[in-house]
Write a protein that binds this ligand. Structure first.
Ligand SMILES: *Cc1c(COP(=O)(O)O)cnc(C)c1O
Length: 373
């Protein structure tokens, strides 16, 4: 039976109505007490004080358009990471850049590969571009290079890899990323989403800069939303071959990054001491949380990012859902990751010392293991 609506009102392009809109981490909890939002991997340190100041002074001249080329910010990023500024494009969050890349390189009949517990934005931007997501099984919560390569077909145009991945917190060593790249046809765009790279302190990890610089089909995306603590401003960037930069510059909004975001970003990237402090805080509390939560008898898969997964038993009253409800009542907001294929887990962002201690105490209480005081 023909749907009457099909002919009586405007229709979106194929694929768009198959999208389940992205739902961010919840921001409010029941009750009247203090709320700790540990559901969106935001920085407990906030942004650099210099970034706050730059943001405020950007408010002095709101009638002026931003520099559409984001030149000063691109130079600041290039200087910080030793890159060619010509190969950088800034965006309204790295999410916008992922969307633009999908729009530019995918269409009907194409496929884009993402992994089983990969970031949910990848299938969304793939469908929005009219293409089909191909979701590849992971191995023990890690992207599986052989399985990804086996899933490539003549229709494959993009491979998305979050490294480290959200929500698993796992990463692929540089050698594995290079092996994946080496196995891809040169006409497949390999997108490395390195949103959490600044947190990683493993010798065998690389964010992807080298691979971008030495190939024609690799893009690395980065964000100011995580360690830089500027999620509210929507600011990200990508490092890409010149021909990809040219393509994205043709389709992006001419003023896609606002003046407050540009100014705060420039100040933030120059404040390396603030980033170091955020990393030091994360190192300390990520291991503390991993250890303390494991001691409670819950599985905590190893994470290199600013969040961790906690796996709960299937026993009634002890499940992830039960824990979520229990923690919520105490103002502790974690992230349900059922939509990521992990219904028995919750994701916890590393928070302030106060928040971290409260989470561990509440989990102990939830499991009936609270210390007698
Ligand atoms: C948080 C996150 C981002 C950042 O998105 P923005 O649009 O830059 O805020 C990108 N990729 C992954 C995997 C993330 O978890």
């Amino acid at each position: 039976m023909a749907n009457k609506a099909m002919t009586t009102r405007p229709q979106p392009q194929p694929g768009i109505l198959e999208i389940e809109a992205y739902v961010g981490g919840r921001a409010s909890a029941e009750g009247t007490g203090k709320v700790y939002k540990l559901s969106a991997n935001e920085s407990p340190m906030g942004p650099s004080p210099h970034a706050r100041k730059a943001f405020a002074s950007a408010g002095e001249s709101l009638e002026l358009y931003p520099d559409g080329g984001a030149s000063e910010l691109r130079e600041a990023i290039a200087g910080r990471y030793g890159l060619n500024a010509e190969r950088i494009v800034c965006g309204s969050g790295s999410g916008e850049l992922l969307q633009l890349l999908a729009q530019a390189y995918l269409g009907e009949g194409n496929e884009a590969i993402a992994t089983e517990h990969g970031f949910l934005l990848y299938p969304i931007v793939t469908k929005a571009a009219g293409a089909a997501p191909v979701i590849v099984k992971e191995k023990n919560l890690h992207a599986d290079v052989d399985a990804i390569l086996a899933a490539v077909t003549p229709k494959t145009k993009i491979v998305f890899l979050a490294n480290p991945n959200n929500p698993t917190g796992s990463y692929l060593p540089a050698e594995e990323v290079r092996r994946l790249h080496a196995g891809l046809r040169p006409d497949i765009l390999f997108i490395i989403d390195a949103a959490y790279s600044e947190y990683v302190s493993r010798n065998d990890y690389e964010a992807g800069i080298e691979l971008v610089a030495t190939s024609e089909n690799v893009v690395m995306t980065r964000t100011f939303s995580k360690i830089y603590g500027l999620a509210a401003l929507r600011l990200g960037w990508m490092y890409a071959p010149a021909h990809v930069v040219d393509v994205v510059n043709r389709i992006r909004g001419p003023f896609n990054v606002s003046v407050p975001a540009l100014q705060a970003g420039i100040a933030a990237i120059r404040d390396t001491a603030h980033v170091d402090a955020a990393r030091t805080h994360n190192d300390k509390w990520l291991s503390w949380l991993t250890e303390e939560i494991s001691k409670l008898g819950l599985e905590v898969p190893s994470s290199v990012a600013n969040f961790l997964l906690i796996r709960f038993p299937s026993e009634k009253g002890k499940t992830a859902r039960d824990a979520d409800a229990f923690l919520m009542k105490r103002g502790l907001i974690l992230r349900s990751v059922a939509s990521y294929g992990l219904p028995d887990c919750l994701r916890l962002t590393v928070g302030s010392e106060e928040a971290n201690r409260l989470v561990v105490a509440a989990l102990a209480e939830f499991l009936g293991k609270a210390k007698k005081s």
